[in-house]
Design a protein around this ligand. Structure first.
Ligand SMILES: [Zn+2]
Length: 443
């Protein structure tokens, strides 16, 4: 291993050091995207001369690479054949070059390219199929909408590597999708996608009036929208809207996805996770993400040493814990891990007195890694009532703070900071709107 590494390390850097100073400078400028004309002015030579320098320097790096072929050929082949886009860091194991310019020159020589996407070329990735990633992103968007927590799984199913910044590409200003809270919807079908995801979560038919109330829109306009979209179906004689993908007989006897998961694990456990997801989706209209959420229920676990084999905790399985979610930009924890803060935007539901959906990272950090679990904090702003955090299989939430928001004159769009002192078990709420930007103070 050490011998391999030092050999791997030496050949490319040796070849790079073998170039003269001007050759290295020119290749660096090319990689930075400077034109031959600009480089010619910097080095006070003709543009044709720059072309020659580039050609000669690249040729000698390429020659060194071919001489060391036994060190990288198979590895590179496997990476490139196995993935629609390979991150530059992954190629750095074979083409060791701390700065990356020599590696860049060799990879170009090997006819590798950067993938094209709706957000432009991805300079950190390499491929033999420059439009392959864009095609997969388009298919991913066509199959939307998604909840954020199912995006990674769906992207992986589509063959998009985890290193690709899928969300930011899809939601780029030229991209096809838009993120709204924890949902990712198609721009062109924004309203219908939101309705669709909402009905998936509701899990039952609803009247247009009820839906309109939820969305703050006209019932007639919403009914029209659903009539024109084949994903929705009007149920007679109740006159309620449901999803066309639901069974038509109205005989859905399960109370929820959790019931189905328990039934299948009881019947067939230990069962492979993939098989459980497939079987649950076959018996019950439920999303991929929802099935995964059910796995953190306290009754469900995995066989010791085999994370992908699911069984009942009552039969000796080890309880599953939620994996650490990515920390959202709106939340922080101090270095000692004892003070946690996060920001919330006031929404209609909050002002109605509902529980407030919060990021799963917060409940995870509070140690709520199975479902159901609750943790309470005393909170001066709420008087005698504690601020309670709960992790259910479907959502992470915080008890109502309606009274606090109302007594501070907050409106939809206001910001609240929640500060939790984990050691003391205390919570503090703060109205955090910037001066002059508080919707509650606008007349
Ligand atoms: Zn405010």
């Amino acid at each position: 291993m050490a011998a391999h590494e030092s050999q791997a390390e030496s050949w490319l850097m040796d070849a790079w050091r073998g170039l003269d100073e001007r050759e290295r400078a020119v290749l660096t400028l090319v990689r930075q995207g400077r034109t031959y004309g600009a480089i010619a002015r910097i080095h006070d030579v003709s543009r044709a001369r720059v072309g020659q320098i580039v050609k000669t320097a690249r040729a000698s790096l390429f020659e060194a690479a071919m001489a060391a072929k036994h060190l990288w050929w198979d590895g590179l082949d496997e990476l490139i054949a196995g993935s629609v886009s390979v991150h530059d860091d992954d190629l750095a194991d074979y083409f060791v070059d701390p700065v990356g310019t020599a590696r860049y020159s060799v990879l170009l020589g090997l006819k590798l390219e950067h993938p094209n996407t709706c957000a432009g070329r991805l300079d950190n990735f390499w491929t033999r199929e420059p439009d392959g990633l864009a095609m997969r992103l388009r298919s991913l968007s066509d199959r939307g909408p998604y909840r954020m927590d199912e995006l990674a799984g769906r992207a992986a199913d589509m063959g998009i590597p985890a290193a690709v910044p899928t969300e930011s590409l899809l939601t780029h200003e030229n991209g096809p999708m838009e993120r709204i809270g924890e949902l990712l919807v198609r721009r062109r079908r924004r309203q219908a996608d939101l309705l669709y995801l909402w009905l998936v979560e509701e899990g039952q038919a609803r009247s247009a009036t009820y839906i309109a109330e939820e969305f703050g829109r006209e019932p007639h306009a919403l009914a029209e929208l659903m009539r024109r979209d084949s994903r929705f179906r009007l149920r007679r004689p109740e006159s309620t809207w449901e999803l066309a993908e639901w069974p038509d007989d109205g005989a859905r006897t399960y109370a929820g996805a959790m019931d189905v998961v328990l039934e299948i694990v009881t019947e067939r456990g230990p069962i492979a996770k993939r098989e459980l997801v497939r079987e649950t989706m076959a018996r019950y209209q439920v999303t991929y993400a929802r099935v995964h959420q059910c796995l953190i229920d306290y009754r469900i676990g995995h066989i010791s040493g085999q994370r992908d084999l699911i069984d009942l905790v009552s039969r000796g399985a080890v309880p599953n814990e939620e994996a650490e979610p990515r920390r959202p930009l709106t939340a922080v924890i101090d270095d000692t891990g004892t003070i946690l803060g996060f920001r919330l935007r006031v929404q209609r539901e909050l002002l109605r007195g509902c529980s407030v959906a919060i990021d799963r990272w917060v409940t995870w950090t509070l140690g709520l890694r199975q479902s159901p679990k609750t943790r309470s904090f005393t909170c001066g702003e709420l008087g005698d009532r504690p601020l309670k955090f709960t992790r259910n299989t479907s959502v992470a939430q915080m008890s109502t703070i309606k009274d606090y928001a109302e007594s501070h004159g907050m409106k939809i769009g206001c910001e609240i900071t929640v500060l939790l002192r984990l050691r003391e078990g205390t919570a503090q709420l703060m109205h955090a709107c910037a001066t002059g930007e508080c919707p509650g103070q606008r007349m």
